[in-house]
Each structure stands twice: as C-alpha cells, then as structure tokens.
Write a protein that binds this ligand. Structure first.
Ligand SMILES: NC(=O)c1ccc[n+]([C@@H]2O[C@H](COP(=O)([O-])OP(=O)(O)OC[C@H]3O[C@@H](n4cnc5c(N)ncnc54)[C@H](O)[C@@H]3O)[C@@H](O)[C@H]2O)c1
Ligand SMILES: O=CCC[C@H](NC(=O)CCC(=O)O)C(=O)O
Length: 489
C-alpha cells in the first residue's frame, strides 16, 4: 500500500525514492512505512513555496496569525492523539509527550509577542522626515527537525517563520515521520494555503537535496553538531542565505555547598536523565566537590538513579524514562559507557540494555575523575560523567574545556558563588539551583561554540525569520537652506 507522505503544493502524494520505516523503539514494531521524496519532489516543493511566497507575504500579520491560532486550537483538540503518536514513535512516556504538545500550542502566542516586540515597526521623528524600522520575510526557508522533540522543535521554527511571512519546506527527522505527517495534517486543516508549508519526508539524501537547492533563501536547523557543521560548510560563501543552527552540547552541571541534598539530587536527575538523556540541554558532566558533603550528594544520587523507573510509554504507573529513539541508539550508549570504563572510569551506576532489540536502557553514572584522554563528545542518552574536584576554579576551567557551549548550571546555596560561576562559564543558558533542561520558549534559546551560530531560537527565532529595513521618509521635498560646498542651485 502506498502511503501519501509528502505534502507538496497543498496535496498529499507518495514519495518516489527509497522506502523507509518508522519503528516503535519500545515494542520493536514497524508502525509506519513510506518512500522518501526524490530530488524531483524536493524541487517541486521548493518551487511551490517560491510561487506561494508573494501572496503569503502580502497578507496581513493578522491573517497569517489567524491560521496559526487555528492550528493551535486543532492541537488542543487532537492533543491526546498527537501525544500518543509521539510516544509510539519516540518511546517517550505519554506524560512527557503531552507536555510537548502543550509547548507546541503555547508557541503561537509567544511567537506573536516576539514578532511584535523584536521585529515590529518602529517610527521616529526627525527634522523634515520620519525614520522607520520595518521587517520583511526572507522568502523560502527550509526547516530541519531532530527526532527527540519531533513536534515542538520544528514547530519552534515553523510558527515564527510563517508569522513573519516566509514559506516553508519542512524536512523532519527520518526517525519520526509519523509525527511530522500528523502535524502537517493539522496545518492543512487549519487552512494553510497551498505551497505555504510543504513537507518532504525522507532520509539523508532528501535532506541533502533540500539544503543544496539554489532557490532556498534560508535554512533553520535543529539537530546534531556534525550535520550542522556540514551545513555550515555548504553555506560557506553564501552571505545571501540565512542559516540558523541549533546543535548539541557537552553540558556541565556544578555542585558545591548545598544544604538540601535531595533538592540538589532532584535537579541533577532532571538535568541528566529526563527524556532518557535525549535533550540537547541535558547535563553530560557533573562536577562534585571532593568533600564530605559532595560524597553525600553523590551517594544519594546513586540511590535515586538506581530507582528510576524505566518502562513502556503507556505503562501505569508512568515511568520517568521511556525507551531511547532506537535499539541501536541504546546499544551505542552502552558501548560509550564501556569505552569510558575501558579508559579507567569507575562505574557508579551501571547502564544496562536488557533487550538488544528495544530502545530501553537504565541510566548510567561513571566517575571519570583523573581519567586521561576523554573526548569532548556529546553522549546523547542517559549517561552522566562525574568529575570530583577540589577547587571551584579548577572545576569551572574544566567545565569550559569543551568546544560546545549550550547549557550550564550550578547548584549552590550562596549567590556569590553563582555570580562568580555566571561570570566565568561559557554557555548560552546558565541556571542556578534549577535543572539545566526545560528551557522556556519565552526566552532566547541557543548556544555558542559548536552548539550554534549565534542565532538563538525560541523567543529570538523572530530575529532570523525577518530582515530589518530602515527607511527615512518625507512626503514632500524642499531644497535645504544651506547646501554642501561645491553645489550651486
Ligand atoms: N540545540 C538544540 O536546540 C537541539 C535540540 C534538539 C536536538 N539537538 C541535537 O540534535 C541531535 C539529535 O538529533 P538528530 O540525530 O535527529 O540530528 P541529525 O543531525 O541527525 O538530523 C537532523 C536533520 O538533519 C537531516 N540531515 C542529516 N544529515 C544531513 C545532511 N548531510 N544534509 C542535510 N540534512 C541532513 C536529518 O535527516 C534530519 O532531518 C543531538 O545532537 C542533539 O543535541 C539540538
Ligand atoms: O533538545 C533540545 C531542546 C531542549 C529543550 N529546549 C526547549 O524547549 C527550548 C524552548 C523552545 O525551543 O521553545 C529543553 O531545554 O529541555
């Protein structure tokens, strides 16, 4: 049976390329199949977006917002269906996928505010004229999404891009095509005009065909640092195209001088193991003071981690962690743990994958203090590396010893230590006594170094969805009283 999975110029059609499947990682069942978009279909989608652009850009912001608001209402109506689809396809527990749909709904109102505040119109009086700052959309933009938040993260590019007046070709992760399809169906129902939002599904080849297309004016990417770097190279020498990159991190969380040990451990667990460690903001490196109190925090962390419930997305009671995105990803995480142990790290909580055909792993903690030759790598799963330190300055120095710079945090009772940490740490998100995951859509979101390219998303996505136009305007012209030297009238 053919599955019409491509949405091009307002119509659903089957792909012309290679077949690919989506697998429920918790149950090891194929839940979806379809064919990738061919280069020819990518071309059709880009040209449809190009053709739809002038009319969409010409509409008033209120008209464009009306469709986005309808989409948000439809998300509310279809919340449970979409949350269950996300759970099936990603393995995330339904309590969590419900929050993902909630974030998608909230994005519309937040993006409306951001559009007006960051890219609205500003008018200033000047002698004999008025000065304006206005914004225009870029044109056709490609949106690339990752698998860990298959709804919320692409939505964080799509909604502001549409509000600003761009048209879109959306390439979701090949691991989560069903969520993309269900989401775009809701846009269709909301009345998105033909060509304004196109969906091209497929594997890497589809992604390559889209990013290389000469008719895209920009590309908004959320995904791995490797792919982001490839795209950055591809866009080298093209200052006419806007590229927004949201990538990974090797994020540090530092603990010093905390009186409430359980509260600190809760923050560590929320930072390291939520979404089975598959958030770009997850803590990968935990710096703990080598003191009696530090050892007490670590002991409690081990106890709590050993009791974290890992189970099927629909299990009751609900687990804290579901399956990872695939059995392969889970196996690779165990391999990463074993490699660290081989290098001399000490296991504090052993990560295990009981069934090699499924994406379940238990969370793991390894003590890497003093281990030489550790790579600056993002382990995108529930694997936490512990560094025991003696001096705060040494810990901060090591925390900064990464090419990434997405999120960072400190857990400590005194504000002075936080201020010191804030001043010296290099990251786009810096938190105090809160998890370093769970960033707000009402704030800018992005990282420095290998984590991004200084085009923060979430609240600041408005900035890369429109370019500013400065105008000086006068409704009449008069000859100036004093002329520049050398001019005669
Ligand atoms: N900073 C953030 O906001 C953020 C958010 C979520 C995930 N992430 C990162 O994303 C990663 C996990 O997501 P992923 O594995 O889906 O990312 P990925 O880079 O593998 O894929 C992202 C998208 O790029 C496409 N793609 C892959 N190779 C391509 C190529 N050569 N040319 C064009 N397109 C290509 C994929 O098909 C997919 O649509 C993690 O590293 C995580 O840290 C970052
Ligand atoms: O995996 C990466 C995203 C993690 C998530 N960040 C956000 O949701 C940012 C807010 C937004 O994009 O609206 C997190 O911090 O948990």
């Amino acid at each position: 049976m053919t599955n019409s999975i491509q949405f091009i110029n307002g119509a659903w059609e089957a792909g012309e390329g290679q077949k690919f499947d989506s697998v429920d990682p918790a149950r090891n069942e194929v839940i979806w199949s379809g064919e990738s978009a061919s280069a020819n279909q990518v071309e059709k989608a880009v040209m449809a977006a190009r053709q739809a652009f002038p009319e969409w850009a010409e509409k008033s912001v209120d008209e464009r917002l009306a469709i986005c608001k309808k989409f948000s209402e439809l998300l509310e109506e279809n919340k449970e269906h979409l949350a269950r689809t996300m759970a099936k396809e990603t393995g995330k527990p339904v309590w969590e996928t419900r929050t993902e749909v909630g974030a998608m709904m909230g994005k519309v109102a937040i993006s409306e505010r951001a559009y007006n505040e960051r890219t609205g119109t500003v008018e200033n009086e000047m002698p004999g004229a008025k000065a304006f700052i206005r914004h225009k959309p870029h044109g056709v933009v490609a949106v690339y999404g990752p698998y860990n938040f298959p709804g919320h993260l692409p939505n964080g590019h799509i909604v502001p891009a549409l509000i600003a007046g761009n048209t879109i070709v959306f390439k979701p992760s090949e691991l989560t095509p069903m969520v993309a399809q269900e989401t775009v169906k809701l846009w269709e129902k909301a009345g998105i005009p033909a060509g304004v939002l196109n969906l091209v599904q497929g594997e890497v080849e589809t992604g390559k065909a889209l990013s290389a297309h000469p008719q895209i004016d920009g590309l908004y990417f959320t995904g791995s640092s490797n792919t982001g770097h490839l795209l950055h190279k591809q866009f080298g020498g093209r200052p006419d195209k806007i590229l927004a990159l949201e990538m990974g991190g090797n994020n540090p969380l530092l603990v010093t001088n905390v009186s409430d040990i359980d509260a600190a451990v809760h923050n560590i667990v929320q930072s390291a193991f939520i979404t089975s460690g598959q958030r770009c903001t997850c803590a990968r490196r935990l710096f703990i003071e080598d003191s009696e109190q530090g050892r007490a925090v670590l002991k409690r962390l081990v106890e709590v981690t050993e009791n974290i419930l890992v189970d099927d997305y629909e299990a009751e009671p609900q687990p804290f962690m579901g399956a990872m995105i695939s059995a392969k990803a889970a196996g690779e995480m165990v391999d990463a743990q074993n490699e660290l142990l081989h290098k001399g790290a000490k296991s504090l909580v052993r990560m295990k994958q009981e069934d090699p055909k499924k994406g379940f792993v238990t969370p793991g903690i390894v003590d890497v203090t003093g281990v030489e030759g550790l790579e600056d790598e993002e382990h995108f799963g529930p694997l936490l590396k512990v560094y025991r330190y003696k001096e705060l300055d040494d810990a901060i120095k090591e925390a900064n010893n990464t090419r990434y710079g997405l999120s960072a945090g400190v857990l400590c009772d005194d504000e002075q230590t936080y201020r010191y940490f804030f001043k010296h740490i290099r990251a786009g998100i810096v938190n105090w006594n809160k998890p370093i995951t769970g960033a707000s859509s009402a704030a800018p979101f992005g990282g420095i170094g290998a984590s991004g390219n200084h085009r923060a998303s979430a609240y600041y996505a408005a900035d890369y969805c429109a370019y500013p136009v400065a105008s000086v305007e006068a409704d009449t012209m008069t000859l100036p009283e004093s002329l520049a030297p050398g001019l005669k009238f």
